[in-house]
Design a protein around this ligand. Sequence first.
Ligand code: WQD
Length: 339
Amino acid sequence: MQKKILVTGGCGFIGSHTIALLIEKGYDVVSLDNFSNSHKEALKGLEKLTGRTIANLEVNLCDRLETMKAITEAAPFDAVIHFAAYKSVGESMAKPFMYYQNNIPSVINIAEAAVRNGIQHFIFSSSCTVYGDAEVIPVTENTPIGNALSPYGLTKITAEAQLTDVNKRYKWFKPTFLRYFNPAGAHESALIGEASRRPSTNLVPIICEVVAGKREKLAVFGDDYQTRDGSCIRDYVHVMDLAEAHISALELSLIQESKTDIESFNLGIGEGVSVLEAISAFEQVTGKKVNYAIGEKRPGDVAAIFADYSKAAKVLNWKPKRTIEDIMETAWKWEQVRW
Ligand code: WQD
């Protein structure tokens, strides 16, 4: 019997790439997206890629009654993969209330709709920002969470706490927390890719926009951190590796009907790349020069963080296959054709 999956944020970056893989694996998929930070064109890209028309529920997850009505009418579902959220550390520092008002009520409403409709499996898009400025890196899933340095990170900590409490009260309800590091890159077809509605704040799309002439220059946010070259270190993970991890987490949850304790997984490649190294990787892969200058540090940034993903490797049998070079190659290919 074909499993039916609801993907919130299905027209967004990781959501659209995960839908592409779900369709390829034979799942029946319904997207939910109100296009507040994504584009309808993602559905066209997915149709070209998969040959399938993806239904999309245009629902504002911050509206409780709208959410309950829409999910109940579209049910039944075997699982929810909840991506829909604002996701920029930098933007959240400038607009904290926009993040609180969007990322927190939406989780509560989609969780309530799942419980009301008996949807047991709930894959949640969490983040390495729950670890804040970790004392020891690489971080494992046992690294203490809670000292969020940004409103974005706080909304992910709050969401995990909220879902943990729902699991306490409805013991059959099983959330899985996938803590992403730095998602980047695009589908190799360049039919889908990263396309926020608001100006990019993430490093990789900004590098691409500078080289494409859409921005004048990249500001490197600080070069005097205590790192090997003074610029911040992050764990860049290809969006298709992330999509594969979601399928593995979903399938593990589906086969473990009776096991409903919560599992968290770090999804990063287990190595750090500095901002300057990322720029070099882009230049080496594309042969294009990146126009950049050293600027002020960005509030909310940590000097370095990268993942210990051994738990995902062991439990999900997940291994990231793509490198920073693959990220830059696919991101640049997408930038040149993106809608
Ligand atoms: C990366 C590095 C900046 C822009 C991301 C996601 C977030 C979460 C964690 C999933 C930093 C530097 C950036 C620029 C720069 N992932 N930079 N100039 O802040 O690590 O957060 O990973 O939940 O959703 O956004 O990513 O791409 O903004 O920054 O120097 O113009 O690039 O200082 O060191 P970040 P980012």
